[in-house]
Ligand binder design. Structure first.
Ligand code: ATP
Ligand code: MG
Length: 500
């Protein structure tokens, strides 16, 4: 099969991932005379090193033996660590070019990513969307496993994607024997809004607070006895948030792509909702571990992170949340470098007022009340509490009250109001109120006076006052008011249960 003048050096474009960024990596394959060997160099991890064996077996399955020569694979730049099995395909293609089986000009406009199995099939890999965006920047097409063709197409409207199910199919394509079918343009699909707010009966306060939280992009802490409906409310927050912009969709989807969580061909089009259990480890929550994977805070990027039973989370986890809450990113230290992932999420938490959960309920509270409540809530540090915009108590309804209460407004109705209020914020200051500086907010004089009095009486910290103004601004935006009124400040003050 080999040509008469096989080139001895081949170059195939691929990528390594740093955070969600696809960093260009060139895979160089050189075949030279010498003792038969097959070496991969260029700061490759174990999975990359093992590509040799997979590629050798895959080629053998196609009836191709590696030449009995010295084969050197170099991944450049050499000082960038490379991990994962996605270098299999560029290495295999590089070999096929260097062996003179695929003409090098045919493949020059493509980057490649994918894992090969021993029978030559291409297996899905993480990060295809990121690679597609990287390829688009280089003005190249992308070769990827068949199952991920649509995911790659989302990277750019004009990107040329070659999605193949096997090395054999790629070989036939580049030799002009059997052209691969083009990947169809991705189709829109019905977004998933999650559970509907109409299921929540009564609970005016809970619903109101949830709407304010959604409208201003605020953080929220709900305290209440078991069964009060806290988890129920929290899970309905994403459904009343505005749609993601295209940019937000791509950003969030890239994080899910790197984590291997992107459902085939489906972009994340609605704000994600992540609710890790309180037993979650620090790397699971914040990111990191052996592979420096994004954590829950990053998977919740542009969406909602809900921590149920907040005091049960380890102190280390709670403290580690402060960085992303402040900066919207997390940096994960690795052996030789840092990986930074986006992590701008809406922070929602719930807790019982004490360990048994029934503080204030004379019949059910345990004999240690109220001391146990102080102990329980003190696990959440002052600085942490100070970062939460709205803090409210959720009172349970009795089963009779629930059965008698009429159906509430549905999520769609509330979402429309939320979107209107968000639009006002974006027009005014280019971001939601939760991120804005209160200097942008016009206040009526009486509102200012009330805020000053309250700050004094409640000994609000500077951060506390900023948060008060932000929440009041959102309440005014929901009402369509130009400046913040006295009643907006008053309502915002009522959502500041327990000052730190
Ligand atoms: N206002 C309500 N309308 C309809 N159903 C309700 C309401 N409040 C509670 N429920 C019912 O009670 C169940 C328990 O609520 P939920 O799990 O949200 O409580 P919780 O406050 O999170 O409790 P816990 O502290 O034990 O986690 C819900 O699944 C729902 O079926
Ligand atoms: Mg709950």
């Amino acid at each position: 099969m080999s040509g008469t003048h096989p080139p001895s050096l081949a170059r195939i474009q691929s990528f390594a991932f740093s955070g969600i960024e696809a960093v260009p990596v060139t895979v160089e394959v050189q075949i030279s005379s010498g003792l038969p060997s097959f070496l991969v160099v260029g700061m490759a991890d174990k999975a990359v090193g093992e590509a040799r064996e997979r590629v050798r077996a895959a080629l053998a399955s196609m009836g191709l033996a590696l030449p009995a020569k010295r084969i050197l694979v170099n991944l450049t730049p050499a000082d960038l660590p490379k991990e994962g099995a996605h270098f299999d395909v560029p290495i295999a293609l590089g070999l096929l070019v260097a062996m003179g089986i695929i003409p090098s000009e045919s493949i020059i406009d493509y980057a490649a990513i994918g894992e090969v199995s021993l029978d030559g099939k291409l297996n899905p890999v993480n990060g295809v969307l990121c690679a597609a965006l990287g390829a688009a920047i280089l003005e190249m097409g992308l070769i990827c496993p068949k199952a991920q063709g649509i995911e790659a197409r989302w990277g750019h409207p004009d990107i040329d994607v070659l999605a193949a199910d096997s090395l054999l199919a790629l070989l036939a394509h580049f030799r002009g024997e059997q052209v691969l079918a083009p990947v169809p343009e991705p189709q829109g699909y019905e977004p998933d809004y999650g559970p509907d707010l109409a299921d929540v009966k009564g609970m005016e306060l809970g619903r109101r607070v949830l709407e304010i939280t959604a409208a201003g992009g605020h953080s929220l802490l709900m305290s209440g006895p078991p069964g009060a409906g806290k988890s129920m409310l929290a899970s309905r927050l994403p459904g009343i948030l505005p749609d993601l912009t295209r940019e937000e969709m791509l950003e969030t989807s890239q994080i899910h792509s790197i984590s291997g969580l992107l459902e085939a061909g489906r972009l994340i089009v609605r704000p994600p909702y992540r609710a890790p259990h309180h037993s979650a480890s620090l790397p699971a929550l914040i990111g990191g571990g052996a592979k420096a994977r994004p954590g829950e805070v990053s998977l919740a990027h542009n969406g909602v992170l809900f921590l149920d039973e907040l005091p049960e989370f380890s102190r280390a986890c709670l403290e580690a949340l402060r960085q992303p809450l402040e900066t919207g990113t997390v940096s994960i230290a690795r052996a030789a470098r840092h990986a930074t992932y986006p992590a701008r999420f809406q922070f929602i938490a719930a807790m019982n007022p004490c360990r048994c959960g029934y503080l204030g309920d004379n019949e059910r509270a345990c004999h240690k009340a109220p001391r146990c409540a102080t102990e329980y809530t003190s696990r959440i540090s002052g600085p942490m509490l100070d970062r939460i915009d709205l803090r409210v108590e959720i009172k349970p309804l009795s089963p009779i009250e629930i059965s008698r209460a009429p159906k509430g407004e549905n999520s769609e109705t509330v979402r429309k109001r939320v979107c209107k209020a968000r639009d006002r914020q974006l027009k005014r200051q280019g971001m939601c109120n939760a991120l804005a500086s209160p200097e942008n907010f016009a206040l009526e004089e009486e509102a200012q006076t009330l805020a000053e009095q309250a700050a004094e009486r409640m000994r609000l910290s500077n951060r506390g006052i900023t948060r008060l103004f932000r929440v009041a601004r959102t309440i005014a935006d929901l009402a369509g008011a130009e400046s913040v009124r006295r009643q907006d400040i008053a309502e915002a003050l009522s959502y500041r249960l327990r000052e730190p």
